[in-house]
Write a protein that binds this ligand. Structure first.
Ligand code: NAP
Length: 556
């Protein structure tokens, strides 16, 4: 690492140590490194907290972890050869297979040599005079770069345990979001799991098969629907691979980045029979089709939503043998799809097993963890192991953890005290040359992630190229553009049913976190059109300037 204080000692403005620093070596960081280094010839340094690549797929190694977007779609599109060569084994890839894929990508494109592993970024400060980012790492090092690109992920900071006494528990505590890579043997163990979101639902189904007894602590039941996983059909693989460019193009022109047929306009405009036919078809197809592919008004019209919510409730009741348990597992007090829907394989049947108990902690909350187990307001339970599947400080958490400080010493934490303020979910006024890959107020988690990431990285690459060609060195959104974007993103959210439900999409899972919709809900296709328009209008809403040139001239 080179000396960051070179500027002070030399009376001229030296070049920064790197053109770009990229944070994280998951899907985003790996592609950003490849794009900027190999296609643009930039000097790039990646910092990664883990000791391997993979991001989310590196940390979340809990039993049952699996992607719920089809593997043929949930993969990079930037290399025609890569997408032809790589063979997925299942319709929905398991965590180990995705991690193998990302390791393959890192090897294939020789990415590791520019990634500093086990190096967590702890500060990133905009140096006004040097017009560069000074990036500090956990090991005490500091390096500078003209551009700072966060690929730190949206779901990478697990929510801190909220239970008093957790440190006194004599057994083992595991977080799904930071699972031990050597695995955990549950044989003969009395296991508790807290949380029934996507992670909990996947883990419960698998751990129940191994543990002596599994007790599930559920605060809010979920509307889970079948994943429909199966071995990949070779004919389908051939068909997709023969048409990959078109498949990707079609994906990018949908709301969610998966090439499903458009939903019908309204659940209320068809007969009950037709509605059921559509629900049955999407339900049996599995995965996100049920969320994205039925009717266009389920997230905006409560009466339309009631029809799909009731359909799911009916399915749950049919699959769970004990009506009391079925009732506890059935959501009744929030609309379908206003929490991120989980996808399951035999989740509901798991509660028919003799070694699984459901404890509803909505009315009798967990009071504390004791030396021997869990205490609720009603009872005490003993365990060997407690698993926290309690979610993440999503979207803003990873960015606010990094100590980012922009112009005039303003911290990102101060700027975002009442929720994120971004332009396009990608850039922040007062924080020049900072790019947030799939940042808050972009489609991010509601757009097939690898494609969302590629789009953002490509946008960043084009912006850097534009600066270079113009002899410019900083890009920053205007305050007005940012205000306009935040208002636009919030206005769209207000037209949906999402704001009323407590979800991590709304920041409502973290006590004290501002309640703001963290995801752009206008759809990936619409969002891409907006970004293209911004570029076509010479980066409308951004200020592009030659600050380093100017500083250099003044110093010289
Ligand atoms: P999550 O959806 O936020 O679920 C957290 C669970 O923990 C909820 O059931 C929550 O209950 C419960 N919980 C939190 N604090 C609690 C407390 N103090 N007492 C009792 N219960 C508590 O988190 P997640 O399951 O890790 O999933 C997060 C996101 O990651 C998903 O929505 C998805 O986007 C992504 N993910 C994707 C996959 C996949 O691709 N298959 C798999 C896993 C995760 P409440 O609802 O009452 O707050």
């Amino acid at each position: 690492m080179t000396d960051a204080n070179a500027f002070e000692r030399t009376s001229t403005v030296p070049a920064p140590d790197f053109d770009a620093i990229v944070i994280g070596a998951g899907f985003a960081g790996l592609y950003a490194l490849h794009k900027l280094r190999d296609q643009m010839g930039l000097r790039v340094q990646v910092f990664e907290a883990g000791d391997g690549v993979g991001g989310t797929w590196y940390w979340n190694q809990y039993p049952g972890a699996r992607c719920d977007i089809e593997s043929l779609h949930y993969s990079y599109s930037f290399s025609a050869e890569l997408q032809q060569d790589w063979e997925w084994s299942e319709k929905y890839a398991s965590q180990p297979e995705i991690l193998r894929y990302l390791n393959h990508v890192a090897d294939r494109f020789e990415l590791r040599k520019d990634i500093a592993f086990e190096t967590r970024v702890t500060s990133a400060v905009w140096d006004e005079e040097g017009t560069r980012w000074q990036v500090g790492t956990q090991d005490g090092g500091t390096v500078t770069a003209q551009y700072l690109i966060s690929g730190a992920g949206n779901l990478s900071v697990p929510k801190k345990p909220e239970f008093d006494g957790i440190d006194d528990f004599a057994g083992d505590v595991y977080l799904t979001g930071k699972w031990p890579h050597e695995g955990v043997d549950f044989t003969g163990k009395n296991v508790a799991i807290i949380g029934t979101g996507s992670s909990g639902i996947q883990a419960i189904t698998e751990i129940a098969k191994e543990a002596k007894h599994l007790t599930v602590f559920q605060r809010t039941p979920n509307y889970a629907s079948p994943l429909g996983n199966e071995p990949l059909n070779p004919d389908r693989v051939r068909e997709v691979k023969a048409n990959y460019p078109q498949v990707r193009e079609d994906s990018r022109n949908t709301r969610g980045g998966i090439p499903y047929p458009d939903p019908l306009p309204s659940a209320l405009a068809v007969t009950p029979e037709e509605r059921r036919r559509v629900f049955d078809e999407c339900w049996s197809e599995g995965g996100f089709r049920f969320f994205l592919g039925t009717f266009g008004d389920i997230l905006v019209d409560k009466a339309a939503n009631d029809t799909i919510a009731e359909y799911v409730r009916e399915q749950i009741r049919q699959r769970v043998s004990d009506p009391t348990v079925a009732a506890k597992l059935t959501p009744t007090d929030y609309p379908y799809g206003t929490k991120r829907p989980p996808y399951e394989t035999s989740y509901y049947e798991t509660f028919n097993r003799d070694n699984v108990t459901l404890v509803d902690v909505a009315d009798a909350p967990i009071v504390s963890v004791t030396e021997t187990g869990v205490r609720t307001t009603e009872a005490e339970y003993d365990f060997d192991v407690i698993i926290l599947a309690t979610g993440f400080d999503a979207m803003t958490g990873p960015l606010l953890e990094m100590g980012i400080v922009g112009r005039d010493g303003q911290t990102l934490a101060d700027k975002w005290a009442d929720g994120p303020h971004t332009y396009l979910g990608l850039s922040v006024h007062g924080f020049p040359n900072l790019f947030l890959i799939t940042g808050p107020q972009s489609p991010s988690v509601l757009y097939n992630m690898p494609l969302a990431i590629e789009d953002h990285v490509d946008f960043v690459a084009d912006a850097i190229e534009t600066l270079k060609h113009g002899g410019l060195d900083t890009i920053e959104p205007t305050a007005d553009a940012e205000t306009g974007w935040v208002a636009h993103a919030n206005e769209i959210a207000q037209h949906t049913l999402l704001p009323e439900t407590d979800s991590w999409w709304m920041g409502a899972n973290i006590p004290g976190k501002p309640r703001v919709c963290l995801v752009y809900l206008g759809g990936a296709d619409v969002y891409r059109g907006i970004c293209a328009d911004v570029v076509a209008k010479d980066y409308e809403g951004f200020t592009l300037s030659a600050e380093r040139e100017r500083a250099s001239a003044q110093v010289g």
